[in-house]
Design a protein around this ligand. Structure first.
Ligand SMILES: [Zn+2]
Length: 126
């Protein structure tokens, strides 16, 4: 078998006893996939013999591309998870900073009240 050149030199005999033609699939689910088929049309006395040619160069190429796409998808999935984790960590930090800010604000307000009371006391009692 010389699959690299795309030539199938396998001789397949259909039920009529004829050697089959290599044909290329045009259906949506298997575009470009090749198969052996009876030479004769079915409505012209053909046997309707049909056999996929597996591992044809087109299918191999398609499988290879699919594998690359799947790998890329997994990498992106991983990166997305990492970014999600980073986002969560930043969200947590922001929450902490907000809490700290609120705490500082409360402390400052208390300080202002204390200073005002002190000044008021000084004005009233000299
Ligand atoms: Zn046939």
């Amino acid at each position: 078998m010389s699959q690299n050149s795309g030539i199938i030199d396998e001789n397949v005999i259909c039920n009529c006893g004829n050697s089959c033609n290599v044909r290329t699939s045009r259906i949506v689910n298997n575009p470009g996939r090749r198969f052996f088929g009876c030479k004769m049309p079915k409505d012209n006395g053909g046997c309707g013999y049909f056999k996929w040619i597996d591992l044809s160069p087109g299918v191999e190429l398609f499988k290879e591309n699919l594998k690359e796409v799947e790998e890329e998808r997994d990498t992106l999935k991983h990166k997305m998870k990492e970014l999600g984790d980073k986002f969560d960590s930043l969200k947590q930090k922001l929450k902490e900073i907000k809490q700290e800010r609120d705490c500082t604000k409360a402390k400052f307000n208390r300080l202002v009240v204390v200073v005002l009371c002190f000044l008021l006391a000084k004005i009233i009692f000299g």
